[in-house]
Write a protein that binds this ligand. Structure first.
Ligand code: TIU
Length: 225
């Protein structure tokens, strides 16, 4: 496979055509606090196994992207230790006893530099892969992601990570409005709620691909190899 040639992946609502060298793998918020047993997500009563099934397919896709020397970027949702970038509305949302910035099972919840905020070891970034720290759900809000993508000549994104209906969906919508084509492999994104997983994916590919395309990691790997 020549990474400069245009490839076509079977997808919905129709084939996704992309040039590997100008297509980045963007992995959203695969953080310990969202995915690991004993983390913040589980503490809130969520079933982390719904997210953990995405680890293996993400590992395979990441390995393939790295092997071809293609662009990889990671995001983490979280805040400065002084919570200066945490809107008061986000701090109090949910009326939980324990909220963002408070001590949690793996350090202060969603605070940069804490163990729970970091990316799971299975998908840990390597040198040269941008890590975008974002204060919101979307990866473009209050970050330099768009500038980095422009500087690297990226036009298309394969978006994976968690959760499907929250940070993945918000990021795909933001990317779409900025002119990027987004492909979401359904096995590489996860939600704590099966019904949101299904609808989150349907929303992306509806109306002729209103926000992007949906496929499966095996279909992407098949055209890469
Ligand atoms: N990364 C991300 O989706 N953050 C969330 O808070 N997701 C929830 O589903 N809560």
């Amino acid at each position: 496979m020549n990474t400069h040639e245009t490839l076509s992946v079977e997808a919905e609502p129709y084939a996704f055509e992309f040039t590997p060298t100008t297509c980045a793998l963007l992995i959203i918020d695969m953080q310990r606090d969202f995915l690991e047993p004993g983390g913040f997500g589980e503490m809130l009563g969520n079933d982390v196994s719904q997210l953990r099934r995405t680890i293996e397919p993400n590992k395979k896709l990441l390995a393939a992207w790295r092997e071809k020397g293609l662009q990889v970027m990671h995001t983490r949702e979280g805040h400065r230790p002084d919570l200066g970038c945490l809107p008061p509305a986000k701090k109090i949302r949910g009326r939980s006893k324990t909220t963002i910035g408070d001590p949690g099972p793996m350090g202060r919840i969603l605070v940069r530099g804490e163990a729970g905020h970091d990316i799971i070891p299975e998908l840990y970034p390597v040198f040269g892969e941008a890590v975008i720290d974002k204060p919101g759900k979307g990866a473009f809000f209050a970050t330099d992601l768009h500038a980095i993508l422009q500087n690297r000549g990226i036009k298309q994104l394969i978006v994976t990570g968690v959760t499907t209906e929250v940070c993945v969906n918000t990021t795909v919508r933001e990317a779409n409005d900025r002119g990027y084509d987004c492909l979401v492999p359904e096995d590489c994104v996860g939600s704590y709620f099966p019904e949101f997983q299904e609808m989150g994916l349907k929303m992306i590919k509806a109306q002729g691909g209103i926000f992007g395309w949906v496929s499966h990691s095996e279909k992407i790997l098949a055209v890469l190899n």
